[in-house]
Design a protein around this ligand. Structure first.
Ligand SMILES: Nc1ncnc2c1ncn2[C@@H]1O[C@H](COP(=O)(O)OP(=O)(O)O)[C@@H](O)[C@H]1O
Ligand SMILES: [Mg+2]
Length: 207
């Protein structure tokens, strides 16, 4: 079973957006998926509550407390974890130490880069990551077609040894899905075909 942790000490970078859409992508292809919420704001748990009945089922797990963490259900194919804000907490370190895949969203705003690079260096000290048992994937989020910052982001992160795996566009449709308890993989409409394609490198990586 994969344990895919979406985490970054920087708030607002898209952890919940990436976690919910990733859970949908896996569930909609028939995987048994749980979405574990380890963030105090419990945004992922609320999102599951809003999820319409007819869509691919996603089990919700409340992992906001240290003692609630656990893969009680080994029959699952994957647990996607919406990670806590800070890295210093015991909870964050334990989750990182247990994850098979670590997904780190970053915005194309220079204010976010230093914090995210510090965070990446911080997690590379954790045993499982150091031993290469957990892979780290950096996902550039809220990319604007007209912005030139993504090229700078690309260079800055590659130079430090963290090449970007995917680039997710800034689209109002993500906010709409967030409100509706759904994700871009719940519907196969032609209009968002290109948007779904942006997730493929990440889906391949966690396979
Ligand atoms: N790719 C995107 N395009 C448009 N809006 C986005 C995108 N990713 C995130 N958002 C919006 O940005 C805000 C913060 O995202 P969220 O996933 O809640 O971040 P976090 O969980 O890291 O705090 C939310 O309002 C969300 O809808
Ligand atoms: Mg969140």
């Amino acid at each position: 079973m994969r344990k895919i942790l979406v985490v970054n000490s920087k708030g607002g970078c898209g952890k919940t957006t990436v976690a919910t859409n990733l859970a949908v992508a896996l569930a909609s292809r028939g995987d048994d998926v749980a979405l574990a919420d380890a963030d105090r704001q419990k945004s992922s748990l609320s999102w599951v509550k809003r999820r319409p009945k007819g869509l691919a089922p996603i089990e919700a797990l409340n992992w906001t407390k240290e003692d609630s963490i656990g893969d009680k259900d080994k029959k699952l194919d994957a647990i996607v974890i919406d990670g806590p804000g800070g890295l210093r907490s015991e909870l964050a370190r334990n989750l990182i130490a247990e994850a098979t895949d670590i997904v780190v969203p970053v915005l194309a705003s220079a204010f976010d880069w230093d914090a995210t690079l510090k965070f990446l260096d911080g997690i590379s000290d954790i045993k499982r990551v150091r031993k290469g048992k957990a892979d780290i994937y950096v996902v550039a989020n809220r990319i604007n077609r007209r912005s030139t910052q993504v090229a700078d982001l690309e260079h800055t992160f590659s130079d430090k040894g963290y090449p970007l795996l995917c680039r997710i566009s800034d689209r109002v449709l993500y906010a709409r899905h967030a409100a509706a308890g759904s994700g871009v993989f719940d519907y196969s409409d032609a209009r968002s075909h290109e948007i779904r394609g942006q997730w493929h490198p990440l889906l391949q990586a966690v396979d």
